[in-house]
Design a protein around this ligand. Structure first.
Ligand code: SAH
Ligand code: F3S
Length: 481
């Protein structure tokens, strides 16, 4: 393969991940290439990594052959996510062998944290291993890697929120941005690796969050998504992990900021800045949050509310802090206060010991809620999680069949919601030029549905009213009025 072909192959393959490209700093000589996999938080973290390294004179490249260091920001949530990263490492290896022998390879994120030194043993190619709380140490770790030495930092923190690091917003559309508000998770759902890879839950100072949102607005951004593994348990009482709240001073406890207060502060400060958030754990979502959403036009009418299962017995085994009836009561509360609120979910199918009747309960719950969207997965056992001690006993073909039934049902519900919107008019925030035709623009409604319409003289970041004329199961098509 010549270098042109290799580069083309590299660009094609890298479409699975996202490449961040930082503008070349004048004096920079070293180039990094970053790819991200997994959740929105990982993409947001890569922007923090880019910012930390930019200060050290690193610029990024989209050409892996020209890179001094390749970083891959990894995901451990399911086995498949880890296999994707292993495949990428094979590809980096071929580049290193054939084209760029001096290239260093760094593994960031959840796989780095989960496997630690083992990663260096298993993957001889890898030079640097850095967990999600150790990115400030990257400049030192890079300096350490000399003469074939390896560098690792996987220390988890009770304090780190990168509050003072302004992310490098590259590769984005200049209209929507992620703002991280909490890190880690204390929930310990039995199937989930996140508490082990991202550590204890801690919240970021509300002043720094507000400042980031306001700076984004002043730079022309019109939508922020507040990110956390579990945003509803946001709690600021002066700093540190949530578990230390009980040791905080009485005054700090009384003056603490909860998620509903944070939403209120941000929504009030910038009425033209749309606010979304992800992810809400049903056990932590409070009525205050729903009421704050109802109070402000600029907080989008959309909640991602992962249910995981419709069976109370399975929810208990999963160590989710709610049962089927409580989840339904929460949905009813949302619909009562925000009747048009769009709701999406995550569902895991084929969890340990799940019976046909319990699977049918998940289907019937879906019929009750009629979710607008859904993200559905087969259970994947993760080493050392509490559920790994229970037998993963649902055969692959049954998991697959149940997953297909859930996906089929969701597609019907999604289409139903799309069709209901035909003939109605919605406010759309324009985010970009349609991938299929540069004569069309796309944007989203408050409900998070994508709308395509003729380009006209409209531009990115503008709000327009669009009358919906037709739809597919994933997209609305309309005309600006
Ligand atoms: N609170 C997190 C949830 C992280 S994981 C967030 O911010 O998104 C995202 C989803 O992956 C979960 O809701 C769950 O449905 C799924 N998931 C997590 N662990 C899994 C596993 N072991 N097997 C299959 N799916 C899993
Ligand atoms: Fe995972 Fe449950 Fe936290 S799904 S990220 S342990 S809320």
């Amino acid at each position: 393969m010549n270098s042109k072909e290799l580069l083309k192959k590299e660009i094609d393959e890298s479409k699975q991940g996202e490449i961040l490209n930082i503008p070349v700093a004048k004096k920079s000589t070293k180039k990094i290439y970053i790819e991200s996999y997994g959740c929105q938080m990982n993409f947001s973290d890569s922007e923090i990594v880019a910012s930390i390294l930019k200060k050290e004179g690193f610029s990024t490249t989209q050409n892996i052959i020209a890179a001094d260091i390749v970083f891959v920001n990894t995901c451990s949530i399911r086995e498949k996510a880890e296999l994707t990263v292993r495949k990428r490492l094979e590809f980096y290896n071929s580049i290193k062998r054939d084209k760029n022998p001096k290239m260093l390879v760094g593994v960031l994120g959840c796989m780095a944290e989960r496997l630690k030194e083992k990663f260096l043993e298993e993957e001889k190619l890898v030079d640097i291993v850095v967990g999600p709380d150790a990115y400030r140490d990257l400049p030192n770790l890079i300096r350490e890697v000399k003469d074939g030495k390896k560098a690792i930092n996987v220390i988890l923190s009770l304090e780190e929120t990168y509050a003072d690091v302004t992310p490098v917003r590259i590769g984005g559309n200049g209209v929507t941005a992620f703002v991280s508000i909490t890190r880690g998770c204390d929930n310990m759902c039995s199937f989930c690796v996140v508490p082990f890879t991202r550590g204890r839950e801690r919240s970021r100072d509300p002043d720094s969050i507000l400042k980031e949102c306001t700076d984004l607005f002043n730079d022309g951004y019109r939508e922020v998504t507040l990110l956390g593994q579990n945003v509803d348990s946001y709690l600021w009482y002066g700093g540190g992990a949530k578990k230390n709240f009980k040791n905080a001073s009485k005054e700090n406890q009384l003056n603490c900021t909860k998620f509903a207060n944070l939403l209120d502060i941000i929504a009030k400060a910038n009425p033209l800045l749309r606010i979304r958030f992800s992810t809400s754990n049903p056990q932590d979502m409070s009525i205050d949050v729903i009421e704050t959403m109802a109070k402000y036009n600029n907080i989008c009418n959309y909640i991602h509310l992962p249910v995981q299962s419709g069976s109370t017995r399975i929810l208990k085994l999963m160590k989710r802090g709610y049962n089927r009836d409580q989840y339904i009561a929460l949905i009813d509360n949302i619909k009562q206060r925000i009747p048009d609120c769009a709701i999406s979910m995550d569902i895991i199918t084929g969890f340990c010991s799940e019976t046909e009747a319990e699977h049918a309960e998940t289907l019937s719950l879906m019929d009750y809620v009629k979710y607008d969207y859904g993200y559905m997965f087969k259970y994947s056992e993760r080493p050392n999680t509490p559920a790994a001690r229970i037998e993963d006993d649902i055969p692959e073909e049954i998991k697959q069949r149940r997953l297909s039934e859930i996906i089929d049902k969701q597609q019907k519900h999604s289409l139903l919601h799309m069709k209901e919107k035909i003939g109605k008019t919605y406010e759309v925030l324009i985010e970009g030029v349609s991938k299929k035709s540069n004569m069309h623009l796309y944007g989203r409604t408050t409900y998070n549905s994508t709308v395509i319409f003729e380009r006209g003289d409209y531009h990115l970041g503008e709000y327009v009213m669009v009358k919906i004329e037709k739809c597919t199961s994933a997209t609305l098509i309309g005309k600006v009025i």
